[in-house]
Design a protein around this ligand. Structure first.
Ligand code: 13P
Ligand code: SF4
Length: 306
């Protein structure tokens, strides 16, 4: 941490001078999450914060689709991302053409897309969701469209988990999160037995991992579960920084870390946040015709809430 302090001070100074708000996803490194962020949370919380933001300049410390969502929901603001290459294996698993082809194959069936998609894919969707509200959004869209079936994309594991929580029939895509797909059931079982730990898993994990979990939930739901259950020891089957960032809130809990880092999230560093604020780069743009349609899908999600 001492090594980080000069960078943290410099960023916080520049941030004040620029009147900027820094928003950081829970998968950002602790020095960013605790040191410089004004708003922290899961992708739903960041989307809500962008929609309500009173600053003219937003620095999104997360991956590209999150910065695009912020720009779509706050079109009058300047949205910067410290590294334009911060992508996501889910977002790159599907294109707008793929969604149009799915609609041809399943006429009249509404499309719910995870926010982990490009703006162009969101623009082809009826509603977006995050892992925090996927079940609620699927149910709401099915009711609104009077259909017992919904196309849910692009994460096949999140989709398979949502399918266990709803009566709506889901048509799935084959996207996977390159971080969560790596966890194995054996690793989860071993962690529980060896450390006598509770297992909490993100629904982007494969079904056999979720079957080993004491609790399956989104980034925000994991925090709520910890606050309620107060386990002595817990293993967070999700991105590595989650446990680091939760540690402060739950000093009585011992975190066992079966750790997978998201290489895209980790492209964001104190150094490139500083350069981002200093040089006002890299600005995220979404073409207006795409933004208008994507905004409708995102706003339908925000109307459902958590
Ligand atoms: P949320 O739980 O914030 O939706 O995020 C999961 C994820 O993998 C984000 O990239
Ligand atoms: Fe995408 Fe997975 Fe990284 Fe989240 S953790 S940004 S879903 S690759």
């Amino acid at each position: 941490v001492p090594l980080h302090l000069p960078w943290i001070d410099a960023i916080n100074r520049l941030k004040r001078e620029r009147g900027a708000k820094i928003m950081a996803h829970s998968y950002q490194s602790p020095e960013i999450f605790h040191g410089v962020a004004d708003v922290t949370g899961d992708s739903l919380a960041l989307a809500q914060a962008a929609a309500d933001c009173d600053a003219d300049l937003i620095v999104l410390c997360g991956v590209h689709f999150m910065a695009e969502s912020a720009k779509i929901l706050a079109p009058g603001k300047t949205v910067l991302i410290p590294d334009l290459e911060a992508g996501c294996s889910l977002a790159s698993s599907i294109t707008a053409d793929d969604v149009r082809a799915l609609r041809v194959q399943h006429p009249g069936v509404p499309v719910v897309s995870y926010v982990n998609t490009s703006a162009a894919v969101k623009a082809e969707s009826d509603a977006c969701c995050t892992s925090a509200n996927a079940v609620q959004v699927v149910d709401a869209v099915a009711t609104e469209f009077g259909m017992g079936k919904v196309i849910f994309l692009p994460d096949r594991y999140l989709g398979a988990w949502v399918a266990t929580q709803t009566d709506v029939e889901l048509v799935l895509w084959h996207g996977q999160c390159e971080v969560h797909e790596k966890f194995t059931a054996m690793e989860a079982r071993h962690t529980r037995e060896r450390f006598d730990a509770k297992i909490v898993a993100h629904p982007e994990c494969p079904p056999e991992v979720l079957a080993e979990a004491d609790f399956v939930g989104s980034t925000s739901a994991m925090g709520q579960w910890l606050a309620k259950e107060k386990p002595q020891r817990v293993a967070m089957i999700t991105e590595c920084s989650m446990a680091d960032n939760l540690r402060d809130r739950f000093p009585q809990v011992e975190f066992i870390k079966p750790c997978n880092l998201c290489p895209h999230m980790k492209r964001i560093t104190l150094q490139n946040i500083h350069a981002c604020l200093r040089d006002l780069k890299h600005e995220v743009h979404v073409p207006e015709d795409v933004a208008v349609r994507a905004r409708r899908a995102l706003e339908r999600m925000l109307a459902v809430g958590r």
